[in-house]
Design a protein. Sequence first.
Length: 169
Amino acid sequence: MLTLHTKIPHADAIAAQLVLPYELREKCRLRAMLDTGEEVAVFTVRGTVLRDGDLLTGEDQRVVRVIAAPEPTYKVTCANAHALLRCAFHLGNRHTQAQVGDGFLRIRADEVLKEMLAGLGASVVEEMAAFEPESGAYGGGHGHHHDHGQGPLAPIPLRQKIHRPGDLK
């Protein structure tokens, strides 16, 4: 079985793709299947989040590209920036992971949150989309694929409670 454990910035050749939803891209130990059908084990440092386009390699030097799988999400838009900011505040107040886009927020599908956002005047549309939430205050930035040579500005807590739709089940 191929074992992947190192992120690299670029590669001349890609051997395969690893298509994963966000929930699996934030795990530090994972067994999955490549698009080639080969089984793979992924071992990353606790707290590592694999982002769409990340490149991974292991002992045999093959390179695998991580692809964010489409998953059930809600795209949240509002009539104005103030209303969208209110929605972002209320999502943050509930420790909900959110992707911030140009004029929209994206969250995982969750009926309770959908109702809350609609009550705030937001338009909430179901869509299958790659989910790339903000990494948070201690996560080293906003998840773009370039490095400014800066690490986290504060120690990263090992465990931080984050609301996920399945938590209440």
